[in-house]
Design a protein around this ligand. Structure first.
Ligand code: SF4
Length: 674
C-alpha cells in the first residue's frame, strides 16, 4: 500500500488539516498542537470537577474533557461550565460520552465539544449475528444514521464541535464482524460516523484512533488519514495512546505513539493519558507538542521523493542478516529480538570499575541483561587494558563494542579475535569518510576476526564507498552517522533504503546518544527519555532495528533499563509484565493509582503477561483489548476479574481483589515465583 498518509516519510511536513474551533480554541491548519486532558473527579461533584478543571488550565491545558456517564451528569456540566467561566477561565470543555445518546444531547447544550465513541454510541454488543449480509449491514447503517443524526443537528445548531473517538477493543459488532478488532476496523468505524455528519453538511469534526498498543495506534491513524484522503476529508486529529498506565513506561508508550505520528506530520491536538494526577500529563504533552512544532515544515524542501518498500499500515519486521557472535552465542538480526547494548561511562583504564559495575547490573537484571557493553577507545595505549577486560568479562557479557575514537593516523591496531575472550564489535567513527578509509577498516576487521560496525551517512556517500559496501562479503552492522540529518527518523529510513538498493541486509543499530537529540532546547533527562522513545519507537514500529542502545545517562543500569523499557513500549521485545491502566475518570469508583501500584507490586515479575487495571465496567472490558487478565471496577468497592475477555469473578471485595487476581493467575498457570 502506498504511503499516502503523509506528505513525506523523509521530511516532517505537517498535514494540511481543516481548522475546527473548540469554543475559542482553533485546532488544525497551522495552529499550534493543542494540549488536552481529562478530569478524574465524579462529574456530580461539581466543586471538585471545577477545581480540577482550573488546576489543569493553570498548568497549561488548553481543552478539558469531563465524563458524562448519564443525563444527570450531562446536566451537571452546565453548572461546571458556569462556575469555571465565572472563575475567569474560558477553557473549552468537552463531554465524554459512551453509550447514551440522551446524555450527549443534553451535554451539547452546555459544553463546546462532545466526544462520542463510535463503537458504542448507538450499538450494543450482543454478537447474535456473526456474519452480516450486505443488506443487513445497510440496515444497520441506516439505524445508525437515525440514532446519530439528532446529535449532529444539535451540534450544528449550537455551534459545537464533535470528536469521533474510536478505541481499539471498543468497536461495534457490525465493524468487528466485517473488519475485526483491527486498525482497518477502527478507521471504518470512524468513517461511518463522519459520513453521516457530512450528509448533514456538518464538518466541525475531530478524529481519534486510540489504542494501548502504540503499533496498533500508529497504524490506525495512518490508515484513517489515508482513507480520508481518498474521500477528500481533511478533519484534524486528536492523538493519544490510551490506557498507557503510569510512570516511565506510560511516558515511553505515549512518546512512541504520539511522537511517531507527529514526526509523520500528523496530529493537531494531543492527550498524554497517565494513571496519575491529570496535571502530570501537561508537561509531557507540551514537550511532545513543542518538538513537533520545531520539526515541522509546511512545504517540501526536496522535491525528489524516495520510494520505500514498506507497508505503513501493517507491521512487518525488516529482513536482515543473522550475525552470530562466538563464543557466547549472541545472535543479532534475522528473527532474533533486538539486542540490548549499553554504554559504560568508565574509561578503559578503569577496568576494575567496569567489571564490578557490570557484574552488579547483570546479577540484578537476569531477565534483561546487558548483551553488549559499549566502551570508548580514545588512544592506542588503552588497548592494553582491553586485553585484561576481555578476559575478566568472559561469561559476564556477550560482546564488547569498541567505539574507536582514535585519530585516523593511530587506528591501525585492532586486537585479534580469540575464542577464549569476549568477542569484539569494532566501530570506527570515521571509517566511511572516504573509500580508502573504509577499505582499510574492513581489511583490519577481517584480518583481526572482529565484527565491523559502520556509521553511515546516506547523504554523503560516493560511488567508491557504495561499491565497497555492495561487494563486502562479511555481514556488517550498520548505524546512522547523524551528521547531516535534520530528522533522525528520516535519516534511518534513508539509510535503510540506501543499503537495500545496494542489496545489503545488515542489522541496524539504533543509537540514542548525545548525537541523536530530536529537540535541542532541552537537555533534561525527561527530554532525552522522550527523544529516545520517539526515535527508537518510530523505527521499531516501522520494523527497523536489530540492536538498541540508550546512552543518555552515566548509569549503566539506567541505560540498560531504558533500552528494555523502550523495546517493551514498542512491543519489540517483552522483558517484564505489560501493564495497561486507564487514566480513570468520573466513572471510576476506586483509587486507581494506588490499586495499579499494588497490582504492579504483586505481579510485576510476570514476564510476558499483560494485566489491565480498568476503572469501570462500562468501558474497561472492551478497552483492555489484548490483556491476559483484567482487574475492573464494577461498583463501589467491588471488582470483577477477567481472563482475556471473559469475566470469571464478579463483585469481589476490593480488599481481596489483588490476592484473588494472583490466585487466578496461578490457576491459569501463568504464575512464577517472584
Ligand atoms: S475505563 Fe477508565 S477512563 Fe475509561 S471510562 Fe472507564 S473509568 Fe473512565
Amino acid at each position: 500500500m502506498a504511503a499516502n498518509y503523509c506528505a513525506s516519510r523523509f521530511q516532517s511536513i505537517r498535514r494540511n488539516s481543516r481548522i475546527v474551533s473548540i469554543g475559542k480554541i482553533p485546532i488544525g491548519g497551522r495552529h499550534p498542537v493543542r494540549i488536552q486532558s481529562m478530569t478524574t473527579t465524579d462529574t456530580l461533584n461539581v466543586a471538585g470537577t471545577v477545581k480540577q478543571t482550573i488546576e489543569l488550565a493553570e498548568a497549561g491545558c488548553e481543552i478539558v474533557r469531563i465524563t458524562a456517564p448519564n443525563v444527570r451528569a450531562a446536566q451537571a456540566l452546565g453548572e461546571i461550565a458556569k462556575e469555571v467561566r465565572s472563575a475567569g477561565f474560558d477553557i473549552p470543555l468537552v463531554a465524554d460520552i459512551h453509550f447514551l445518546p440522551q446524555a450527549a444531547m443534553e451535554a451539547a447544550k452546555h459544553v463546546e465539544k462532545v466526544r462520542v465513541n463510535p463503537g458504542n454510541y448507538a450499538d450494543r454488543k450482543n454478537f447474535k449475528i456473526r456474519e452480516y449480509s450486505d443488506s443487513q449491514y445497510e440496515k444497520e447503517l441506516s439505524r445508525l444514521h437515525q440514532s446519530f443524526s439528532p446529535l449532529v443537528l444539535r451540534c450544528k445548531e449550537l455551534g459545537r464541535s464533535m470528536r469521533i473517538g474510536t478505541n481499539h477493543g471498543s468497536l461495534s459488532d457490525r465493524i468487528m464482524n466485517r473488519f475485526g478488532d483491527s486498525p482497518r476496523g477502527m478507521a471504518e468505524s470512524a468513517l461511518e460516523f463522519i459520513r453521516i455528519a457530512r450528509s448533514h453538511n456538518y464538518h466541525d469534526l475531530v478524529l481519534s484512533m486510540k489504542a494501548s498498543n502504540p503499533k496498533v495506534m500508529i497504524e490506525a491513524y495512518r490508515l484513517v488519514v489515508s482513507l480520508m484522503n481518498e474521500e477528500d476529508m481533511d478533519y484534524p486529529l486528536h492523538l493519544g495512546v490510551t490506557e498507557a498506565g503510569d510512570g516511565e513506561d506510560a511516558r515511553i508508550k505515549s512518546a512512541i505513539g504520539i511522537g511517531s505520528l507527529l514526526l509523520d506530520g500528523l496530529g493537531d491536538t494531543i492527550r498524554v493519558s497517565l494513571t496519575e494526577d491529570p496535571v502530570a500529563e501537561i508537561p509531557v504533552a507540551r514537550d511532545l507538542a513543542r518538538r513537533a512544532e520545531s520539526w515541522w515544515t509546511y512545504e517540501r524542501k526536496d522535491l525528489f521523493e524516495q520510494i520505500e518498500k514498506i507497508d505503513p499500515f501493517s507491521f512487518h519486521r525488516r529482513e536482515s542478516s543473522n550475525i552470530s557472535l562466538s563464543p557466547r552465542g549472541l545472535s543479532i538480526g534475522g528473527k532474533h529480538p533486538p539486542a540490548v547494548f549499553a554504554h559504560s561511562s568508565h574509561s578503559l583504564p578503569e577496568t576494575a570499575k567496569i567489571v564490578s559495575t557490570l557484574a552488579n547490573v547483570q546479577v540484578s537484571s537476569k531477565d534483561a541483561p546487558v548483551e553488549g557493553l559499549i566502551l570508548t577507545l580514545r588512544n592506542s595505549a588503552d588497548l592494553t587494558h582491553l586485553a585484561m577486560l576481555r578476559s575478566s568479562l568472559l561469561g559476564a557479557v556477550n560482546c564488547l563494542i569498541i567505539d574507536d575514537q582514535r585519530d585516523g593516523s593511530d587506528d591501525d591496531s585492532i586486537p585479534h579475535h580469540r575464542p577464549n575472550l569476549v568477542p569484539l564489535l569494532w566501530h570506527a567513527q570515521n571509517a566511511t569518510i572516504d573509500s580508502a578509509s573504509l577499505a582499510r577498516f574492513l581489511t583490519l576487521c577481517e584480518a583481526s576476526g572482529n565484527q565491523a560496525v559502520l556509521s553511515v551517512d546516506p547523504k554523503s556517500l560516493d560511488e567508491g564507498i557504495s561499491t565497497i559496501l555492495a561487494n563486502t562479503a562479511t555481514p556488517l552492522i550498520i548505524t546512522l552517522n547523524p551528521h547531516n540529518c535534520e530528522n533522525l527518523v528520516s535519516g534511518y529510513r534513508e539509510l535503510v533504503l540506501y543499503i537495500s538498493t545496494l542489496g545489503i541486509l545488515s542489522p541496524i543499530w539504533i543509537r540514542n546518544n548525545e548525537n541523536s537529540n530530536l529537540f535541542t532546547e532541552d537537555d533534561s533527562f525527561s527530554a532525552r527519555l522522550l527523544d529516545s522513545s520517539i526515535l527508537s519507537g518510530s523505527l521499531l514500529c516501522d520494523g527497523i532495528g536489530d540492536i538498541l542502545s540508550v546512552e543518555h545517562t552515566d548509569s549503566l543500569d539506567r541505560n540498560r533499563g531504558l533500552t528494555y523499557n523502550i523495546l517493551q513500549g514498542a512491543r519489540a521485545r517483552i522483558s517484564k509484565t505489560e501493564f495497561i491502566a486507564c487514566p480513570s475518570c468520573g466513572r471510576t469508583l476506586f483509587d486507581l493509582q494506588s490499586t495499579t501500584h499494588r497490582v504492579k507490586q504483586a505481579t510485576g515479575h510476570l514476564k510476558g503477561v499483560t494485566i489491565a487495571v480498568m476503572g469501570c465496567i462500562v468501558n474497561g472490558p472492551g478497552e483492555m483489548a489484548d490483556a491476559d487478565f483484567g482487574y475492573v471496577g464494577s461498583g463501589p468497592g467491588k471488582i470483577d476479574l477477567y481472563v482475556g475477555k471473559n469475566r470469571v469473578k464478579s463483585a469481589i471485595s476490593e480488599n481481596d481483589a489483588v490476592d484473588q487476581l494472583v490466585q487466578l493467575i496461578q490457576e491459569e498457570d501463568k504464575w512464577i515465583a517472584p
